[in-house]
Design a protein around this ligand. Structure first.
Ligand code: FES
Ligand code: FES
Length: 158
């Protein structure tokens, strides 16, 4: 079946099998490989992307279900001139990645978290990211990165 969606601002139509998962569609049909497949149980969050602005585990969504939607992957976060998104910059500055496998999902989950709660407490960050697992167990710096990104994104008061 033909499935049309807008991914990182670019509309594309592909012929996909009905059973194709969104993560496989992104990786194999659209060559966007940041969203990783880390589990078979919908539990690791490595495949997290934004679907119409909401963080979803893209291994739990059929590509066909995303037809007509806006999808954002970590490849679509940086500005056109290459300037990193504040969350990406914070992960870099705070050493929020080790092997990097979980990082795309962590970054997208953090973007969504901060959109819903621009000034989270540390506990709220930990709760908000608990659906994302880091096999390198580097949670401390990930949480620091999320808090640092929240600070960066705060509007400057006059
Ligand atoms: S690959 Fe989607 S949650 Fe693990
Ligand atoms: S940085 Fe390696 S899995 Fe998280």
């Amino acid at each position: 079946m033909d499935v049309t969606m807008t991914v990182n601002g670019v509309e594309s139509t592909r012929d996909v099998e009905a059973r194709t998962l969104l993560v496989h569609h992104l990786r194999e049909n659209l060559d966007l490989r940041a969203a990783n497949v880390g589990c078979d149980t919908s539990s690791c969050g490595a495949c997290t992307v934004l679907l119409d602005g909401e963080a979803v585990k893209s291994c739990t969504v059929l590509a066909a279900q995303a037809a007509g939607s806006e999808v954002t992957t970590v490849e679509g976060l940086a500005a056109a001139d290459g300037t990193m998104h504040p969350v990406q910059a914070a992960f870099r500055a705070e050493h929020g990645l080790q092997c990097g496998f979980c990082t795309p999902g962590m970054v997208m989950a953090t973007v969504s978290l901060l959109r819903d709660n621009p000034s989270p407490t540390e506990r709220q960050v930990r709760e908000g990211l608990e659906g994302n697992l880091c096999r390198c167990t580097g949670y401390h710096n990930i949480v620091r990165a999320a808090l640092a990104a929240a600070e960066t994104q705060k509007p400057v008061s006059a």
